[in-house]
Design a protein around this ligand. Sequence first.
Ligand SMILES: Nc1ncnc2c1ncn2[C@@H]1O[C@H](COP(=O)(O)OP(=O)(O)OP(=O)(O)O)[C@@H](O)[C@H]1O
Length: 599
Amino acid sequence: MRDVLTGCRKLLGTAWRMDRRRTTASVVLMILGAVATPLLAAALGVMTEAVVNDRVRVAVVSGVAVAALAVVSLTFGHFAHVLYFELSDLAEIDFDRQLIALSNGTPGIAHHEQAGPADSLTVLQHESKRYRQGLEALLNGMGLALAMAVTAVLLARLNPLLLLLPVAALAPLYAGRLAERHVDAARTTAAKPTRLAQNLFRLSTASRFAGELRVFRLQKRMRRQHAELWARASGDLARAQVRASAIRTAGQLVFAAVYVIGVLLVLRAASGGGHGAGALILTLTLAAQVNQQVTTAVSLLQHLQRMAAAYRRMETVRAAADDAPAGAAQRPARPAALPERLREGIVLDHVDFHYPGSGTPALSDFSLDLPAGSVVAVVGENGAGKTTLVKLLCGLYRPTGGRVLVDGVGLDRLPAPQWRTRVAAGFQDFVRFELSVQQAVGVGDLPRLDDEEAVRAALARAGGNGFEAEVRDGLATPLGRSHADGAELSGGQWQKLALGRALMRPAPLLLVLDEPTAALDAQAEHALFERFADEARRVARHTGGITLLISHRFSTVRMADRIVVVRDGRVAEVGSHADLVRAGGQYADLFALQADAYR
Ligand SMILES: Nc1ncnc2c1ncn2[C@@H]1O[C@H](COP(=O)(O)OP(=O)(O)OP(=O)(O)O)[C@@H](O)[C@H]1O
């Protein structure tokens, strides 16, 4: 119950923050409309009594009160609904905003890569559409609570035993809570197949995968898997809903039994002359209202419990996102100042790293010097640990053992957001920002988002000199299907934009390029990086910036000052191209193999 109260407080807080005037007006109208209903029963009772006893004046006054209360009861809720409809829209947008902040507002990415929090994020994406119902339930619930209190007072005045009616109402309330817990547990179980099914849906409907799916004739299989996963997810949910319905019905039956007893009690008192006709009418009307109130309360509580569960899920995701050492340092205990330029470089000192929940280390006893101003290439087989190294250097994760030192200062002492202002990166799995060309590149250095010259220069460094001429409106061209007239780009063109974005920052202390040119052929990649490395070395003379390049192409890698071979999460070999070829180890073998292939 504490969860529900906390959820209500947060919901009301959100509505208040969004629009105070509308929130106040909705609450007042809702309360007046709800309280009018039991008062209407009281006025009906007085009117009946007056009519039976020939008291005309009282009958007329109470008759007018009945009419007025009926109007208030029927219309105020509707007026409140009109007001909070827009409020709910605003609140839903706010919930989405909170969800976006939760997904992407943290320095670390552990909550995206762990199954538990990732499932919670999937559930929350669905829950955002329910936020409106949560707020409506809260406003209705406030009116209902007062209406129930007024009803209880009226019942107690008739016969204190009739208070058993609201007490019995606790049975369906408790049953409702139990039922919702069942459904919520099923929702958690269903989150995994739902996530997988959504992924299959994305793959099956995105144009970029259409060709590959046809070539491998996967369409039917994916359709079948998609249907199976949904059947599994919805089967679990349906079974839980059936169980929940049975529990809710049991609660309602308890209330129904007490209701019948209550009505019989008043009938007996009436036949014995203890109560008049007005009391009988009042009891019958109030008892019917209690029943209605309970049914409404159960359904409102369901929505509120659902919202409370959503807030609880948000907290668990937030905890996973903040969780050290899996997450990146949010607030270092002893923050250090970020160096303006690197003098020594970056050192990985006996670094160990396990992904959360994984038994095998992705990096173990990993020691490496990245000297200031150098261009370092990292090679290794698939799964060797190269991308994990990049994630640690970008501050997306903290090592589970050992240290990463930037000019002798622990990376965990540099606030992650500040460190990121001096890190630039290009990834193989880059984002296709459906913005204008200018912005898709400019977001690489937000202060210069609209600086056309900076974007042109970055594109030129990325080998995209002629890019402007390739698209209809040059840098202003909107990209992708989010725009009615958005340009469709080839994979290589998107990649050039991503690389341009990585090269936007003028003086990064660390530039990481994790196979950002996989779509280019080997010679084009080599030429691009040779030009680029010369430029990087020139800039590095002023900033000491390090360029870290990951590539499977040895023809590209050879121009690096230092080459690191990673094997099974450890450093296997380090040296210049000439050193490593001379040493005759794994690098020399792989280089010879690729060189033969190009001959
Ligand atoms: N999010 C994750 N959760 C758990 N384990 C992971 C995760 N990402 C990677 N791993 C594991 O960590 C190890 C290193 O992976 P990593 O992605 O760093 O390899 P890589 O050298 O970059 O491979 P590739 O050349 O294929 O990109 C692998 O065994 C991989 O299975």
